[in-house]
Design a protein around this ligand. Structure first.
Ligand SMILES: O[C@@H]1[C@@H](O)[C@H](O[C@@H]2CO[C@@H](O[C@@H]3CO[C@@H](O)[C@H](O)[C@H]3O)[C@H](O)[C@H]2O)OC[C@H]1O
Length: 476
């Protein structure tokens, strides 16, 4: 088998035949995330706290088991059975490099990444490698695992040098693997100047190409993969490159301004927001990949009787987005394959040791709405309102919209910082305390909660994805 490559607006195989990549992201795995895996704050914080409670060795044991159970042969077989053909694999740089020992490769970082790439290959599934965190934080949100909202990656050349180094190591390791559809070198950059990102991409492109001339690169736009307007003529220097948008629609979230009814106006807005993100590529005849999209879902324990009605609307958003993408023959990767019940195609059952152990804690997290992204925060809005009002009354209007505005409005910024970062930090130790005194066998059982066999299926979502796969196969 030969490498996939980008040709004009398409991804093609060795015979030049178009391959449309349709799949999902394995978020929450090699980059754990608050709402996906159920902890507060950032991954580095809970790793540190758990080591403090159960000791370094048991903590490593737990996380290793978690990584193992999270994706196994059964997951790959199931994924393939839905008619999907590609999994995006987000990973945290810390698996490969220690901040206290920079530029020294941790070979153990490859253990689970290699395993999952091979499992996917065995089932005929392509993978795309996604560096989801960079030293210093490449964006302002919690999933960059920096513990702050300042994306310092852009302010320190050394942080940038380190990911160039890391991609050289990854390219050396994966250069011969044709089941890897390509490299997605940096998730959701937020460079406030909009220009340093181009320099970093130039450096990554050159460094990777010297070692690996084969694999396609999937480059995210700035501002959470939504904005290519400052990319100018940069594409002329890059070959075999696709450009990645993240097409989250507000209609798929609790923050939706109105119930979603597929009205003409709403469909127009859905399409317009997608077209705006891909405009730069369309003007130049470049290949687009939608690397993240998809609604979040209501849960009976929180949304009660409204759950089914809410989710029917969310599925409609999903279907309408798919219609748009199908017309454009777009390659995409839905967010998310697996989680504890908010967005995933499969989710950990409430009856498992992990979910039982954390039942009350998860309810508390929900009360505090500390997983700020996608959360319904209406029940705590009044708590933060005085702060927002104070800023609004004392700060000049022209200074209120700090980057990443307009994607983050003032209220988003206050919400993300105060809940995701500030309040979350106070709960990190409490999360870790749940493990105190646990034996290795118990830790193994808790980690096993994330195995395919312990998960339930989001039938509505999976049916839409399978029906879509069948429909597009018939049309081709
Ligand atoms: O790890 C993922 C992460 O990659 C992803 O990041 C968020 C993507 O969306 C950003 O907000 C959206 C911006 O556009 C608006 O139209 C949408 O309504 C917003 O959701 C957000 O700031 C990023 O953090 O999200 C999920 C993580 O698990």
């Amino acid at each position: 088998m030969a490498y996939l490559k980008v040709s004009g607006t398409k991804v093609v195989d060795q015979n030049g035949k178009e391959v449309i990549l349709r799949g999902a992201g394995l978020g929450g795995w090699m980059n754990m995330e608050n709402f996906i895996t159920g902890y507060p704050g950032c991954e580095f914080q809970i790793r540190e706290a758990l080591a403090g409670v159960v000791g370094e060795q048991k903590s490593e044991f737990f996380f290793d088991k978690f990584l193992e159970y999270f994706f196994t042969d059964a997951d790959a077989a199931f994924f393939k059975s839905l008619g999907l053909n590609c999994i995006r694999l987000p990973f945290n740089y810390r698996h490969f490099e220690d901040d206290m020992n920079p530029r020294v490769l941790k070979p153990e970082g490859f253990k689970h990444l290699d395993r999952v790439i091979d499992l996917c290959a065995k089932h005929g599934i392509y993978t795309i490698l996604d560096l989801h965190t960079a030293p210093g934080g490449q964006n302002t949100d919690w999933h960059a695992d920096a513990g702050t909202h300042i994306a310092n990656f852009w302010n320190h050349k050394d942080f940038q040098d380190r990911i160039v180094w890391l991609w050289e190591e990854l390219a050396k390791h994966y250069v011969g693997n044709t089941w890897i559809a390509g490299y997605n070198p940096l998730n959701e950059p937020t460079d406030p100047y909009h220009t340093r990102i181009i320099g970093v991409y130039d450096r990554l492109y050159e460094a990777i190409r010297k070692i690996d001339p084969h694999h396609a690169l999937f480059l995210d736009g700035n501002t959470f993969a939504s904005d290519f307007s400052h990319f100018g003529d940069a594409h002329k220097r890059w070959d075999n490159v696709a450009y990645s948008i993240h097409d989250y629609s507000v209609f798929g979230f609790p923050a939706s301004p109105e119930p979603y009814q597929s009205s003409e106006t709403q469909l127009r807005r859905l399409r317009r927001s997608y077209e705006k993100k891909r405009q730069w590529m369309d003007e130049r005849g470049l290949c687009v990949w939608n690397g993240e999209w998809g609604p979040v879902y209501a849960r009976k324990e929180y949304e009660g009787e409204r759950t089914d009605a809410i989710n029917t609307e969310r599925y409609q958003v999903l279907k309408d987005q798919l219609d748009i993408y199908n017309k454009d023959r777009l390659s995409w990767s839905i967010w998310l394959y697996k989680d504890i019940g908010f967005q995933g195609m499969v989710f950990v059952s409430r009856e498992t040791p992990y979910m039982t152990l954390f039942k009350d804690f998860l309810a508390k997290k929900h009360r505090l709405a500390i997983d700020a992204w996608g959360a319904d925060e209406s029940h705590i809005r009044e708590v933060y309102k005085p702060l927002i009002d104070l800023i609004k009354s004392e700060v000049k209007p022209e200074h209120q919209n700090l980057y990443p505005a307009p994607v983050w409005k003032l209220s988003d910024r206050v919400g993300r910082l105060s809940r995701n970062i500030l309040v979350s930090e106070f709960l990190v130790q409490e999360w870790a305390e749940h493990f105190r005194g646990k034996s290795e066998a118990e830790l193994d059982e808790i980690a096993r909660s994330f195995s395919f066999e312990s998960c339930l299926h989001r039938e509505g979502l999976n049916k839409i994805l399978t029906d879509n796969a069948t429909q597009v196969a018939q049309e081709n």
